[in-house]
Design a protein around this ligand. Structure first.
Ligand SMILES: C[S@@+](CC[C@H](N)C(=O)[O-])C[C@H]1O[C@@H](n2cnc3c(N)ncnc32)[C@H](O)[C@@H]1O
Length: 205
């Protein structure tokens, strides 16, 4: 369903990324980059089990301080340039930030705020501030349709809604789906004016 030149963001972690990224590449998508979401995770940093006193200065695994998100693109038709793809399909690139700077591959983030988790108590809820950056970037001309095939509580749909972008979400867990119906409108309006004011120097297209 993805248009040629369309982009895919894939949430991951350091263990799984090598497997799922490879699968998407074997499935025909181009690997474009890894977006580092800087966030302290609960993984790693521990001393060796049952050897904590013996090896107090050893960690068996680095303490997780980021989430790697894969960025992929459906290949452009042979010989087509990005400019031609933008003209024909409205895809091929990423939209720059509101301040005109390029979308970067490191994004400062925090754990999802408590008030968002109260609205949408899904175990892997992502913060609106972070998702809004992605949904803004993924449509280079600000036009088109986003699909989140694993929407959970609908946080991506809400982020798109907040920016006036249409997004379709799919979720097979009935409980999460019902949660999303209530959560999307609440997450979408939350802090929208403040957020846009903070990052925006030009109006949305
Ligand atoms: C990591 S969570 C998404 C969390 C979401 N980003 C949020 O912030 O709430 C992935 C979701 O995909 C759903 N899921 C897994 N397999 C699915 C499938 N085949 N079709 C639709 N949803 C699926 C799970 O039930 C889960 O809620």
């Amino acid at each position: 369903m993805l248009k040629p030149g369309g982009h895919v963001f894939l949430a991951s972690n350091t263990f799984l990324s090598q497997l799922v990224f490879t699968s998407l590449i074997e499935g025909g998508l181009e690997f474009r980059s890894i977006i580092i979401r800087l966030v302290q995770t609960l993984r790693g940093g521990d001393r060796p089990k049952n050897g904590e006193r013996e090896y107090p200065y050893v960690s068996s695994l680095p303490r997780g301080r980021h989430e790697p998100w894969g960025l992929f693109r459906k290949p452009l038709p042979p010989g087509m340039t990005v400019s031609e793809c933008l003209r024909k399909f409205g895809t091929g690139g990423l939209q720059r930030n509101y301040d005109g700077k390029p979308f970067g591959d490191v994004i400062e983030s925090k754990r999802t705020p408590t008030y968002e988790r109260r609205i949408a108590p899904h175990p892997s809820l992502k913060p609106q501030t972070y998702l809004r950056k992605l949904v803004h970037a993924v449509l280079p001309l600000g036009q088109g349709l986003i699909l989140d095939p694993f929407m959970g509580s609908g946080s991506t749909v809400a982020a798109a809604e907040a920016l006036g972008i249409t997004c379709i979400g799919l979720e097979y867990n009935t409980e999460y789906y019902k949660m999303s119906l209530e959560a999307i409108p609440k997450l979408a309006v939350f802090d929208t004016a403040v957020w846009k004011k903070g990052v925006s120097t030009r109006p949305l297209l």
